[in-house]
Design a protein around this ligand. Structure first.
Ligand code: F6P
Length: 530
């Protein structure tokens, strides 16, 4: 059992003594706490001085990483061992961004992506009527949507002119219909992005999009070939859908869906910001990879993030973790990290199939600052639950409007300080708060947070940021002894949904259904008839 190991027991004993310590005391006891609890990598700064830890905490956490053989696991990851043992797969997303050292098959697909981007951008690639492509719609879900969608939004300041990139993921027709409403089938290109090419949502949207195209193209031959390309590992299924092999950008089963934006799944990114900028994104991630595999534990940024999350989750008993980018451009980062962290580490069984006797992934959630301050921050300040968070700030704004960025940064710093230090009754009194309002105007503080500062938001620094969280997730999986790279938990719902589709349609009955599901279906069938 994880909790029986000497390293875990030592942390548990330490946590017992340390839990009541307030961040105010920790800062009062060490005037250089920022220097002692912050790390830099290039222009990336990680300030974790507002975490509820001491040097002893850190050193015990490093002991835990040693006893989990983290260094050995990093070697297994790097050498392409099948560490995704339940699917017998290697985990090689780092190979996708390995530059000149990338495997030949990776380089070949990258070259094809470069040529394709060039053809679309130059106008050499045209629609069935001979018109230029003005809009690209990525049809995908989960890892085939969240990463590219987040990156395209994050790098909107780097977007090339004359090509708009859209994303449709939801099975709800409202998603596709609203997107198509503003588009012209003659000038729209679809990317069907699906690792397996069996995903209900994506294939349903792709079929509807194909009908929409064909309704405009009529009998024009080759219309689908001119308007549909795919990113997938399943060439047989893309062929069956009618996509020309020449228009399929391949990737491989050793690329996990939520780690796939560096592969052909990144095609909408390359189209939006240009292939050269896409390569910069890969280069930034590669730089962080080199740091991750070589930096000692005490200087290792991804490991530090992982250890802090483990400490907060299992020893300070925090059930959730907030992500607050003080950047509108990064507003999709929390959604992206939800899949990356929770689909990877939301598991209670270890690599030997035994129950893990502590909580694993916290619930990841968040919102861009300052928006969150005007909705849920009340609960962080006075809700009484420990909620750790990451604040992410940009040194330089990607949209520099006079006066905005300094105020944004001041708010970011003010929130993490207010959360850490709070306001005592004496301070409230000294600030003129009347006695009867004191309970409402005191703030307990002691909410832990990390602040990450990127010099500026570029393809390169975004690549670093994403790889940082990817490796954090890997480290946490090793520390908890679980496989971060499968996702069996999503299967049950998929099986049930396919059983229910004919029942909801009224084409079949299922007498085995529980009374709630059966009752709801009876109710819903009435709507469908009316
Ligand atoms: O249902 C979960 C999942 O398998 C994710 O892991 C994956 O990113 C997503 O579905 C989409 O899968 P695909 O790329 O095969 O369509």
């Amino acid at each position: 059992m994880l909790t029986q190991s000497p390293a875990w027991q030592a942390l548990a004993a330490h946590a017992e003594d340390f839990r009541a310590t307030h961040l105010r005391e920790l800062f009062a006891g060490d005037r250089a706490r920022f220097d002692h609890f912050s790390l830099r990598h290039g222009k990336l700064l990680l300030d974790f001085s507002k975490q509820r830890i001491s040097q002893q905490t850190l050193s015990l956490l490093h002991d835990l990483a040693t006893s989990a053989n983290l260094a050995g696991w990093i070697k297994c990851l790097r050498s392409g061992e099948a560490i995704n043992h339940t699917e017998q797969r290697a985990v090689r997303h780092m190979d996708l961004r390995d530059g000149d050292a990338a495997p030949p098959e990776v380089k070949a697909v990258l070259r094809r992506m470069a040529d394709f981007c060039d053809a679309v951008h130059s106008g050499q690639w045209r629609g069935f009527s001979g018109e230029y492509i003005t809009d690209v719609v990525n049809l995908g879900i989960g890892g085939s949507d969240l990463g590219p969608r987040m990156v395209v939004q994050a790098l909107s300041a780097h977007q090339l002119p004359d090509l708009n990139v859209h994303f449709v993921s939801n099975l709800d027709g409202a998603d596709l219909a609203a997107t198509l409403a503003g588009l012209n089938p003659r000038t729209t290109l679809f990317i069907v992005a699906s690792k397996t090419f069996t995903t209900l949502e994506t294939l349903t949207n792709a079929r509807t999009a194909r009908d929409w195209l064909l309704a405009a193209a009529g009998q024009t031959s080759g219309a689908v070939a001119k308007h549909f390309v795919a990113a997938s590992t399943n060439l047989e299924a893309t062929r069956n859908f009618g996509i020309d092999d020449a228009n399929v950008f391949e990737f491989w089963d050793w690329v996990g869906g939520r780690f796939s934006l560096w592969s052909a799944i990144g095609l909408p990114i390359a189209l939006a910001i240009g292939y050269r900028s896409f390569k910069e994104l890969l280069a930034g991630a590669h730089d962080l990879d080199k740091h991750f595999v070589s930096a000692p534990f005490a200087e290792n940024l991804p490991l530090t993030l992982a250890l802090l999350t483990l400490w907060n989750t299992d020893f300070l008993k925090a059930a959730s973790h907030g992500i607050f980018p003080y950047s509108q451009s990064l507003s999709l980062l929390p959604r992206y990290l939800q899949q990356l962290e929770m689909e990877s580490n939301g598991k209670y069984y270890d690599r030997d199939g035994r129950h893990i006797d502590v909580a694993t992934s916290p619930i990841i959630w968040g919102e861009a600052g300052t928006n969150g301050q005007h909705s849920f921050f009340q609960l962080l300040h006075q809700g009484g639950q420990p909620i750790p968070s990451d604040f992410i700030a940009l040194g330089k704004s990607d949209y520099p409007l006079h006066g905005h960025h300094t105020a944004l940064l001041a708010n970011c710093l003010a929130q993490s300080a207010a959360l850490a230090f709070g306001q005592s009754a004496e301070e409230a009194r000294a600030n003129g708060i009347p006695e009867h309002l004191l309970p409402y105007r005191t703030f307990p503080g002691n909410q832990p947070s990390t602040t990450l500062v990127l010099g500026e938001l570029t393809p390169y620094t975004l690549g670093q940021l994403i790889a940082l969280y990817e490796h954090k997730v890997f480290c946490l999986g090793v520390l908890w002894g679980l496989n971060s790279f499968d996702q069996w938990g999503v299967e049950l719902g998929k099986v049930l949904a396919s059983r229910l589709i004919p029942v909801v349609r009224g084409e079949a009955d299922d007498h085995e259904l529980d009374s709630s599901t059966a009752g709801l279906i009876t109710h819903l069938r009435q709507f469908r008839m009316s």
